[in-house]
Design a protein around this ligand. Structure first.
Ligand SMILES: [Zn+2]
Length: 219
């Protein structure tokens, strides 16, 4: 089986996302860039909790399927756009986790420095304007933010996260969802403090230790 190792990684992360309730039914899509010309992506209409090797397609950057049967994910253009714009990104995760999606539907961005872990690993998370799934509108809207952010709330839709590898993209999904829950609770309490600007700058510097760029997700 070609690309068994990469497919195993996608299958494992699909299970984790499904078990944590980040996706319902056949929602979500996961991809790994192999080189400049090709990437693996989950096929359309498959539960991410029960992926098999055959459910992961080899595609080129024009969106053609090179190996595998079935339809490519309806969001393939979103993945291609990210790979074209970000040479440092080699893994992409798209899902509909409950709290992150709740904020996306409510039209609330996670754009305030509140939690240390989030500031270090992701930074500011913008709300991307709505675009019909499967059309060029959504990738075009994400394009405005893609060079400067690692995670995105997609208005009325869900969440997108990027990484130098797909595991990093997945962990950003976990971190974003965790933060979304906390932010939801803070909203109910009606009180929270944003972090002091100088403290935030120190955290940007700390990113070096975690392989995160200093210049992304800046508040
Ligand atoms: Zn979606």
């Amino acid at each position: 089986m070609n690309y068994k190792n990469e497919k195993d990684r996608i299958i494992e992360l699909g299970k984790r996302a499904y078990n944590r309730g980040f996706v319902a039914s056949n929602d979500g899509n996961i991809s790994i860039r192999l080189d400049e010309e090709r990437f693996l992506i989950t096929a359309s209409g498959k539960s991410k909790g029960y992926l098999s090797y055959d459910d992961i397609l080899l595609c080129d950057m024009q969106g053609n399927i090179l190996e595998g049967s079935g339809r490519a994910s309806s969001e393939i253009r979103m993945h291609i756009m990210v790979y074209e714009e970000r040479s440092d990104v080699n893994g992409i995760f798209h899902a509909h986790p409950i709290y992150g999606t709740t904020l996306a539907v409510a039209g609330i961005a996670l754009d305030q420095p509140i939690l240390v872990e989030v500031i270090v690993s992701i930074g500011k998370i913008p709300l991307v304007e709505y675009g019909t799934p499967g059309t060029d509108k959504l990738p075009n809207n994400i394009k405005k933010y893609v060079k400067n952010h690692e995670a995105f709330l997609l208005e009325k839709h869900g969440v997108l996260t990027l990484g130098t590898d797909v595991e990093t993209a997945y962990y950003r999904m976990e971190t974003l969802e965790h933060f979304s829950k906390i932010f939801f609770n803070l909203k109910q309490l009606g009180t929270y403090q944003t972090m002091d600007e100088n403290e935030v700058k120190k955290l940007y510097q700390a990113r070096k230790n975690f392989g995160v760029r200093e210049d992304v997700g800046v508040y």
